[in-house]
Design a protein around this ligand. Structure first.
Ligand code: PGA
Length: 253
């Protein structure tokens, strides 16, 4: 069975002092939770500080992005080796905010996913439709293209994590219902099965978009939802730890 995974995407939030306080509280309140993986994804400047706090715990570190080149004249970018050096095991790739504000295409997402795997980082590849696309009834079409293009030319790896994050649910307080999410998760699992066969049953698919401690219990009960990518609710230790506890208690496995 797949291990559950809960990742906190801090986005562009927190100073070093706030980060250390938050990571320390999360660590202190999750040490007894077993059976899954907890991830913190702070901004680059906080990676090292957070790494020191979580060292020796069951919490992993992720970067929110990376570039696909090794080094050189790419002002403002950061390489896979750099984030690994800072302590990252995972890296979020193709978040909808990267796609929307920084023009990341499916091709770029594919290059980054390939590079992350090559460098031994575990990519959390984000996909999801906008509200207009959902209203038009083309959710599967859009998500299907995103998944296929992100994984184009990539062999199966258990390290790949997919995060389904409907854009209309991110930061809006309007989460997908467990049925809506499960429908897309099942669809994504079907694509993975087609691409990779039986091993794809081990791929973890996370739901993201206004996840809270109140709505995660129902979502995590669904067969193909293996955890959550959490934004806003990961910035407060109470809500983030609450989500992790609900996942560990309600996950049927
Ligand atoms: P949210 O963000 O939980 O604040 O909706 C989720 C995400 O963007 O990963």
């Amino acid at each position: 069975m797949r291990r559950w995974l809960v990742a906190g995407n801090w986005k562009m939030n927190n100073t070093i002092e706030e980060a250390i306080k938050l990571a320390t509280t999360v660590r202190e309140n999750t040490y007894d939770i077993k059976g899954g993986d907890i991830i913190l994804a702070p901004p680059y400047t906080l990676l090292h500080g957070v790494k020191e706090v979580i060292e020796g715990s069951n919490i992993f570190l992720a970067a929110q992005n990376m570039f696909y080149e090794d080094k050189g004249a790419y002002t403002g970018e950061i390489s896979p080796a750099m984030i690994k050096d800072a302590g990252c095991t995972y890296v979020i790739i193709g978040h909808s905010e990267r796609r929307k504000y920084f023009g990341e295409t499916d091709e770029v997402v594919n290059l980054k996913t390939k590079k992350a795997l090559k460098e031994g980082l575990k990519p959390i590849v984000c996909v999801g439709e906008t509200d207009v696309e959902r209203d038009k009834g083309i959710t599967s079409y859009v998500v299907g293209i995103q998944v296929r293009k992100a994984l184009y030319g990539i062999e199966f790896s258990e390290d790949i994590v997919i995060a389904y994050e409907p854009v209309w649910a991110i930061g809006t307080g309007r989460n997908a219902t467990s049925e809506q999410a499960e429908e897309v998760h099942r669809f994504i699992r079907g694509i993975l099965k087609e691409l990779y066969g039986t091993p794809s049953e081990r791929t973890r698919i996370l739901y993201g978009g206004s996840v809270t401690a109140d709505n995660i219990g129902e979502l995590i009960n669904m067969e193909n939802i293996d955890g959550a990518l959490v934004g806003g609710a990961s910035l407060k230790s109470d809500s983030f730890v609450g989500i992790i506890r609900k996942v560990s208690e309600n996950r049927k496995c």
